[in-house]
Design a protein around this ligand. Structure first.
Ligand SMILES: Cc1cc2nc3c(=O)[nH]c(=O)nc-3n(C[C@H](O)[C@H](O)[C@H](O)COP(=O)(O)O)c2cc1C
Length: 439
């Protein structure tokens, strides 16, 4: 029993990872509920019963219709609207939505998130992303490069914060006797003018008395890490192995310290693909169900651009080694491409083996295929090694796997002193601070 160590921070992804590959074809997949809000409320209630810190909705703003022939791809409900509906049917769990700083405007994001914060009574969180694709949907001729995206993200978050602070909750008086609704002297326009955007404010609703909305972030290029170190309470990380998580965690903590922050205020939360079942054989079968050859073409293209290597005449049994690598092409996410390059630097393997590695087949996420006990051991091992502050659960293969995470894995972590048994607060910030107060 380890009661001294810091409590883990755990989120549950509501992205339908249990439908991926061929898993949606299982009889029990509930694929018909993919656009049904009642289903997501049911899932969020299970995550709340497990006392998780938050439910999380990632987002994408484009759709590849060719993918739809065989899978749901990135189709899904708008994350902020989805979480707004969930807010009304939950009480304590944090609601982490995703909004792109590359495609959106700060005033709209500031207002939507502050509205979610009010509707959920202080439970909103913002996963700040700079996007992967979809520029054509926003009138942009090209996807802006990494530097431009992060420069805009920097301005964007500063502008949003200024908008949130432009109308502080203390300005709201609602004094019937004196006839004073608000004190205008406390309301200051944001007046933000940057290179990439500008906004005036004040915002059309006050800040929430529960305090600021926490920022999360995803993207681990150099610029991504600098951005996370400055603003993030949590980083959604793609770390397929313990060492990469450990390295990222210590680097982000160092960078945050250098910026005058308490390193415990930034949490490294890798995405964790969980294929859990009562036996190892069943878990393997579940994992296999999420694989399909239909993904192969995209994965080969991803390897080719990331490694700067033409794969036209390369067969599955050919070896891929570091000496074959060229310059990285123009990639959607440096974080993901760097993971593949690092892997090939470390190990020479066949193309077939490379295609099966998490760096290629699972967006670089940490992966556990096995029983609840296997997952418990592995999570504790990573936590004890100082590789993680928690994780974002990405259950795969079946709804039963989702249930095992909520109903067995989380209570088992609580029994070993790594997770809460009850909520001590009802805002997102209070859950995050609860973890810190145990240091
Ligand atoms: C683990 C992870 C999750 C991400 N999730 C999203 C997402 O849900 N929506 C999105 O538009 N971009 C997402 N991104 C893209 C990042 O926000 C970022 O734009 C991209 O990774 C490029 O930054 P980088 O070069 O620092 O990796 C994600 C990136 C990573 C690494």
């Amino acid at each position: 029993m380890n009661t001294k160590t810091r409590q883990l921070c755990v989120g549950m992804s509501l992205a339908t990872t249990w439908l991926s590959g061929n898993a949606w074809r299982r009889n029990d997949s509930r694929v018909e509920d993919i656009f049904n809000i009642d289903y997501y409320i049911e899932l969020a209630n299970k995550a709340e019963q497990a006392k998780m810190d938050f439910v999380f909705c990632p987002d994408s703003l484009y759709l590849d219709p060719t993918v739809l022939a065989h899978s749901a791809g990135f189709s899904g409900l708008d994350p902020t609207l989805l979480l707004t509906a969930i807010a009304h049917s939950t009480h304590s769990i944090g609601l982490l939505t995703t909004a792109s700083t590359t495609f959106y405007e700060p005033y709209i994001v500031a207002r939507q998130l502050q509205s979610l914060h009010y509707i959920s009574k202080g439970r909103a969180g913002w996963n700040v992303v700079t996007g992967l694709e979809g520029h054509e949907n926003f009138g942009l001729p090209n996807m802006p490069d990494t530097d431009t995206r992060y420069a805009r993200a920097d301005e964007f978050t500063a502008a949003v914060q200024q908008l949130w602070h432009s109308f502080p909750s203390e300005a709201l008086k609602q004094d019937r006797e004196q006839g004073q609704y608000a004190d205008p002297s406390l309301i200051q326009p944001a007046n933000y003018h940057g290179k990439h955007l500008s906004t005036k404010g004040p915002l059309s609703l006050p800040s929430h008395p529960a305090g600021d909305i926490p920022f999360f972030q995803a993207g681990a290029s150099d610029k991504g890490k600098a951005f996370a170190a400055k603003i993030a309470a949590g980083s959604f990380a793609a770390t397929p192995d313990k060492n990469s998580a450990k390295t990222l965690r210590s680097e982000l903590r160092e960078r945050a310290t250098a910026m005058g922050r308490n390193p415990n205020d930034i949490r490294i939360l890798p995405g964790l693909n969980l294929y859990l079942a009562p036996t190892h054989e069943q878990a393997q079968a579940l994992y296999q169900a999420t694989r399909t050859d239909k993904m192969r073409e995209r994965q080969r293209a991803f390897i080719s651009t990331s490694l700067g290597l033409n794969l036209t005449n390369v067969s599955d049994d050919d070896l891929i080694s570091a000496s074959m690598m060229g310059e990285m092409g123009s990639v959607r996410s440096k974080s993901h491409s760097l993971l593949v390059r690092r892997l090939v630097h470390r190990e020479t393997m066949t193309l077939k083996a490379l295609l099966n590695r998490s760096e290629v087949s699972a967006s670089g996420h940490w992966q556990i295929v096995g029983t609840v006990d296997d997952a418990l051991r592995c999570i504790i091992e990573w936590a004890e090694a100082g590789a993680i502050d928690g994780f974002i659960a990405l259950p795969g293969g079946s709804e039963e796997c989702f249930n095992l995470v909520c109903q067995q894995l989380m209570p088992a972590l609580a029994n070993q002193g790594w997770f809460r048994r009850e909520y001590t607060g009802a805002t997102f910030l209070s859950h995050l601070q609860e973890g810190n107060s145990q240091n």
